[in-house]
Design a protein around this ligand. Structure first.
Ligand code: QAP
Ligand code: CO
Length: 173
């Protein structure tokens, strides 16, 4: 079932999400709903707070070389912790909670992610490139941060102006 997405400037997106303690059927149902929401919205990643639930859960589906998003490639990440961050990478990021805006953002190039899967099993993976960018973007959501907060002052001002203009257009139509 597709869930409604919380969009900027909704204050809910600033909340710090809480650790998951129960890896039960209701969590599994929620993860399935997050997947439907992400796929139907053409997303690569989604954090629980973006569908109005403040728990430390995110999902990622990075397309393969053919640009296909398959369910086997889906990463369900619960209570994530980052370590061994190295290097820098600039990537043009977007966000389902900031629709139609894309900006170049600098992140770590490589990192180690430690997390729990839906059954509460601990996993450790190494990530680089787009996967590394996506992990950092989604973990920022768990800490109440959006990618637009990383923009330099001038670009942030320009964004706010254009975003407000777009929202006015939306309310008129
Ligand atoms: C986060 O972003 C991310 O504006 C996921 O109109 C960002 O799925 C991961 C989207 C950069 C890796 C690199 C955005 C869809 C989707 C929009 C998304 C839109 C429709 C964004
Ligand atoms: Co986002």
């Amino acid at each position: 079932m597709k869930l409604p997405i919380v969009v900027y400037p909704n204050k809910r997106l600033k909340e710090i999400s809480k650790e998951v303690t129960e890896f039960d059927a209701s969590l599994h149902k929620f993860l399935d709903d997050m997947y439907d929401t992400m796929i139907e919205s053409n997303g690569l990643g989604l954090a629980a707070i973006q569908v109005d639930v403040a728990i430390r859960v995110l999902i990622l589906s990075i397309p393969d070389e053919e640009g296909e998003q398959s369910y086997d490639e889906l990463l369900e990440v619960i209570n994530p912790v980052l370590s061994n961050m190295t290097g820098t990478i600039v990537y043009q990021e977007g966000c389902l909670s900031v629709p139609t805006f894309y900006e170049d953002i600098e992140r770590y190039e490589k990192l180690t992610l430690t997390y729990f899967d839906r059954h509460g099993k601990k996993n450790v993976i190494e990530a680089e490139g787009l996967l590394s960018v996506a992990i950092q973007h989604e973990i920022d959501h768990l800490n109440g941060k959006l990618f637009i907060e990383k923009l330099p002052y001038g670009r942030r001002k320009k964004f706010e102006k254009e975003y407000k203009k777009l929202q006015k257009q939306k309310t008129r139509s």
